[in-house]
Design a protein around this ligand. Structure first.
Ligand code: NAD
Length: 245
């Protein structure tokens, strides 16, 4: 099994890519600690340890990091999509997006890194994976200014961590999916004035003619958290169905 002997913490693990990643990592033999703001997680993920965690709560994430112990892998998956142009962004919207998409990721990584350095000293490597997006410094999309700015910051955060700790066994990469069929995407489609048209438009921007499924994304998550990717660090890896060809 590709992740046996590894302890991996994953945020936003109740639904979408976080949940699929938690199950995929457990299937590859990892001890997975799945954290989510939603307590329903506690009852719904078989074979995975669960924690209730609002990643914007700095004290709570310190507690979860301490309780998890030294990690071999950390997948910072939590994030929020603000819809609108810059003219629609209130100061509160901007602060919330930065807080959830970037600051929480920095804080949880900072809290987990000392333990990960211990594990890397023992095993040779530990892996941090940060959820970015193709909507970031990679490509702009309408109504994604706050989102794209925060996901661009995730790529910068990733490269900084990778550069600082590359000699000490820590790898840090950013995952940049295209449009993935998850509950929150379904929510964004349902909230559009014309949901049928909105879904068509999401699909139309994917050259492969379909949305990604979570199962299109999890193989790269497992790879980046496994030792198979031991020479890969500081990268923003796209799984976008050809959008950026
Ligand atoms: P989702 O948005 O459907 O689910 C998000 C999960 O995050 C939920 O389980 C929710 O309870 C949890 N969550 C929300 N706020 C939280 C908080 N404060 N603390 C802890 N957990 C919290 O899942 P998804 O669409 O797979 O998105 C996951 C990540 O992938 C996000 O960072 C998102 O920006 C990114 N992403 C999504 C897409 C897409 O098309 N779906 C594309 C690229 C990147």
């Amino acid at each position: 099994m590709r992740l046996s002997g590894k302890t991996i913490l994953i945020t936003a693990a109740w639904q979408g890519m976080g949940r699929a990643s938690a199950l995929a990592c457990a299937a590859e033999g990892a001890r997975v600690i799945a954290a989510d703001i939603d307590a329903a997680l506690l009852e719904t993920l078989d074979g995975v340890e669960t924690r209730v965690l609002d990643v914007t709560d700095g004290d709570a994430l310190l507690r979860v990091a301490a309780d998890a112990g030294p990690l071999d892998g950390l997948f910072n998956c939590a994030g929020f999509v603000h819809h609108g142009t810059i003219l629609d962004i209130s100061d509160a919207d901007w602060a919330f997006s930065l807080d959830l998409n970037v600051t929480a990721m920095m804080r949880l990584t900072r809290a987990c890194l000392p333990g990960m350095l211990e594990r890397a000293a023992e095993t040779g490597t530990a892996s941090i994976l940060n959820m970015a997006s193709m909507a970031s410094s990679i490509k702009g999309f309408p109504n994604r200014t706050a989102y794209g700015a925060t996901k661009a910051a995730v790529i910068g955060l990733t490269k900084g961590i990778a550069a600082d700790f590359v000699t000490r066994g820590i790898r840090c990469n950013a995952l940049c999916p295209g449009t993935v069929d998850t509950p929150s995407l379904r929510g964004r489609i349902a909230a559009a004035p014309d949901p049928v048209q909105a879904e068509k438009e999401f699909i139309a921007r994917q050259p492969m003619g379909r949305l990604a499924t979570v199962d299109d994304i999890t193989p790269l998550v497992v790879y980046l958290l496994s030792d198979e990717s031991r020479f890969v660090t500081g990268q923003a890896l796209l799984v976008d169905g050809g959008v950026t060809i």
